[in-house]
Design a protein around this ligand. Structure first.
Ligand code: PLP
Length: 385
């Protein structure tokens, strides 16, 4: 029986078109693009084509696109690079619901003496703008804030935040790993200086990412070595994966409308069906400002992990909290930051759909969820407390 894969915020399937585009670079075209001979050197043009495809998805210039190994590397490069470049007096402002790639990088900088301030979110997961507006920001400040949250799908007002921070002379980095390919991103309109993208969230393989660096922004490399990527990211280019990411970006651009109609309608059908059929179920995250593919629901008095295991038995893959933090028994930092009571924070399940999700899969999950919830409630030590 085919797995119903509703965990696309954790990772996505490689699109068949992406795999086809990559295969020649494992077989015949295995040269090193830095070589003088044509066998290697002629491959550079494929990297440049991919750079254009990525740039087109976010309306940037190809010269502002640098390939990395993943979203985490791009986030680290932006945050650590800013702190190195700024030196004494560097300040980081971030939100309380960032992915560990940003949180841990900020914390590492704080441990080295950088001032760190976290702007809280409200109970819907939306940024408290008033707190941000009262935060000290100057030309030694980097605001690093995600475009969309991986757990709730909540989309942040990046335009407003970036305009505010820039008006105070600060710099802006955004982790757009979950947003790219799902909602429009226009770098000509949004004044962010740096942005992280990741291949495996948009149907390219794991192990390839992008850092967007706006023209004129100066940051040092994270990896020193060869002169690849204009000297900003050393290491022989992972050409097959770069080509895959370029193809995935082109596909995402074509499919964006469908993501926001068909996929969104499927997500809404799933959400409505589950909320109506399961008792004491509550939606987490602002329903309006959300990615089209994500829903996060708490089932009061039940452990999220227990729901996941029973879903898994029925061949449904979903997630509780972020995949990177499962294994820890603490409720996710996102749910805690939103101030959810323990019985709700501990019971949250994220379903994240994709272009490949189908209506019959949604209906199957709507059918099995009430059985799972009723069964686990009978066993719950919290219900009769
Ligand atoms: N940022 C966000 C919001 C994410 O969801 C993830 C992955 O889960 C990352 C960063 C890290 O991306 P990567 O797995 O490519 O390092």
């Amino acid at each position: 029986m085919k797995t119903i894969y509703f965990d696309n915020n954790a990772t996505t399937a490689v699109a068949p078109e992406v795999l086809d585009a990559m295969l020649p670079f494992f077989k015949d075209n295995y040269g090193n693009p830095s070589s003088i001979h044509r066998f290697g050197g002629s491959l550079k043009k494929h990297i440049e084509k991919a750079r254009q495809q990525v740039a087109a998805l976010i309306n940037a210039s190809p010269s502002e696109i640098y390939f990395t190994s993943c979203g985490s590397e791009s986030d680290n490069m932006a945050i650590q690079g800013f702190c190195t470049q700024t030196g004494n007096g560097a300040r980081l402002v971030t939100s309380t619901v960032e992915h560990p790639a940003v949180r841990a990088s900020c914390q590492a900088m704080a441990n080295r003496g950088v001032t760190l301030f976290e702007v809280p979110v409200d109970s819907s997961g939306l940024l408290e703008m008033e707190t941000l507006q009262n935060t000290a920001i100057d030309e030694r400040t980097l605001m690093t804030m995600m475009w969309a949250n991986n757990e709730t799908g909540v989309v942040f007002p990046i335009q407003e935040v970036a305009e505010f921070v820039k008006s105070k002379g600060g710099m802006v980095h955004t982790d757009a790993v979950q947003a790219a390919g799902k909602i429009p991103i226009d770098m000509k309109k949004v004044p962010v200086d740096m942005m992280a993208l990741s291949g495996h969230k948009l149907h390219a393989p794991k192990g390839v990412g992008v850092i967007y660096i706006r023209k004129g922004t100066k940051i040092p490399p994270l990896l020193f070595g060869g002169h690849q990527e204009s000297g900003l990211r050393a290491g022989t280019e992972n050409i097959a994966y770069i080509v895959g990411l370029g193809t995935a970006c082109e596909l995402a651009q074509k499919r964006m409308a469908e993501e926001n109609t068909r996929v969104k309608a499927l997500r809404d059908r799933l959400e409505k069906g589950v909320l109506e059929s399961c008792k004491e179920a509550k939606l987490n995250g602002d329903p309006k400002h959300r990615l089209p593919n994500t829903t996060n629901i708490s089932f009061k008095f039940i452990e999220g992990e227990a729901i996941l295991l029973l879903l898994d038995e029925k061949n449904v893959a979903a997630s509780s909290g972020s995949a990177c933090t499962t294994g820890s028994l603490e409720p996710s930092h996102v749910m805690q930051a939103m101030g959810l009571p323990y019985v709700l924070a501990h019971s949250s399940i994220r379903f994240s759909l994709s272009y490949y999700s189908e209506e019959k899969e949604v209906d199957r999950v709507i059918e099995i969820m009430p059985e799972i919830v009723d069964y686990l409630r009978q066993l719950s030590p919290y219900v009769n407390e």
